[in-house]
Design a protein around this ligand. Structure first.
Ligand SMILES: Cc1cc2nc3c(=O)[nH]c(=O)nc-3n(C[C@H](O)[C@H](O)[C@H](O)COP(=O)(O)OP(=O)(O)OC[C@H]3O[C@@H](n4cnc5c(N)ncnc54)[C@H](O)[C@@H]3O)c2cc1C
Length: 288
């Protein structure tokens, strides 16, 4: 369980970090280290030639709520910081709940939103919430800055170059009257989601759902939105009996089968958790 020797650097600017990643073939970015260091210890990956620690780069940290209601979260912001931010708790509850659902306090204190995205683990909690809020990622590398949708990144449609660093995530403003929630059925051994549902709901004045976005993690190789379920829910009253079935949920994707759950059970969990998340999101609805 001891990794092979490697070099370590802690640059203080993005430019310096990108320079190091370019100069040292086989160098890897180090954020909270809770995935990377474990993978090195068990020799799941080849030991990097150098770890480029992002911790001393101030621009990568912090949570900023702009006056227009948008939100920017620096890539090195930890789960604990996200889960306790008052603005996020008020306007992006599903994100706070997803960050808080990682069962271990040390993990929440070290793991970062950028590392969680880049690690691309199956059942990663934040991914569902990030998809639900339709966030975009800012990425910096030798070629400069570029912006990509979280959907493209999470679905594997965009792959980071070896010298590219996720710098921050931008979240559009939520509707004036809206609510969101994250509901999870966790794997008792790992803590990851066997199924985790993030839901964002905008009620209309007559009490029906004007808009409803649903994303699920843990049931397929990467988190996904469920647009066909969103279409079914829109226009319905949240207190109506749910008209969705497990078959409808899994009809457009092959769900994972593993030791934790069958595909059918994952579809059933998704149905149950959508119902809970919807109830919770409506209960959490706030008006600005
Ligand atoms: C005991 C335990 C329980 C856990 N339970 C859960 C859980 O229930 N739910 C859950 O979602 N997660 C869980 N995790 C995962 C944990 O949250 C991840 O380790 C974390 O999300 C990865 O973030 P990190 O900051 O530690 O990244 P690191 O481990 O430092 O890096 C992970 C990967 O991302 C790359 N990287 C990091 N930052 C950037 C960046 N800014 N730009 C580009 N690439 C980058 C690294 O090079 C590396 O390849 C658990 C981990 C442990 C150890």
């Amino acid at each position: 369980m001891i990794p092979a020797p490697f070099d370590y650097a802690a640059p203080t600017s993005l430019e310096e970090a990108v320079g190091l990643l370019n100069e040292h073939k086989g160098a890897r970015i180090l954020a909270g280290g809770h995935t990377l260091l474990n993978e090195m210890k068990i020799h799941y990956i080849d030991t990097p030639s150098m770890l480029v620690d992002l911790r001393r780069i101030p621009v990568l940290r912090g949570i900023k709520h702009a006056e227009d209601g948008t939100l920017r979260i620096g890539a090195m912001t930890t789960f604990a910081e996200i889960a306790s931010d008052q603005g996020i708790l008020k306007r992006y509850m599903a994100l706070a709940e997803a960050a808080n659902s990682t069962p271990d306090t040390p993990v929440r204190n070290w793991s970062t939103i950028g590392g969680n995205l880049a690690a691309s683990s199956v059942g990663a909690d934040l991914h569902a919430a990030i998809l639900t809020f339709e966030a975009t990622l800012n990425v910096f590398g030798r070629q400069g800055l570029r912006t990509i949708t979280a959907h493209d990144f999470i679905s594997g449609g965009f792959v980071l170059a070896a010298d590219e660093i996720i710098t921050s995530l931008d979240f559009p403003a939520t509707a004036q009257k809206s609510g969101s929630a994250y509901e999870k059925f966790k794997n008792r051994a790992s803590g990851y989601a066997v199924c985790g549902v993030a839901l964002y709901a905008v009620p209309a004045s007559d009490g029906t759902l004007r808009e409803c976005r649903v994303a699920v993690t843990g049931v397929t190789n990467h988190a996904i939105r469920l647009p066909h379920i969103e279409t079914i829910l829109q226009g319905k009253r949240p207190d109506e009996e749910l008209v969705i079935t497990p078959n409808m949920i899994s009809e457009e994707q092959d769900f994972i089968v593993d030791l934790a759950a069958s595909a059918e059970y994952r579809a059933y969990l998704t149905q149950v958790l959508i119902g809970r998340a919807l109830k919770q999101a409506i209960a959490e609805t706030t008006s600005l």
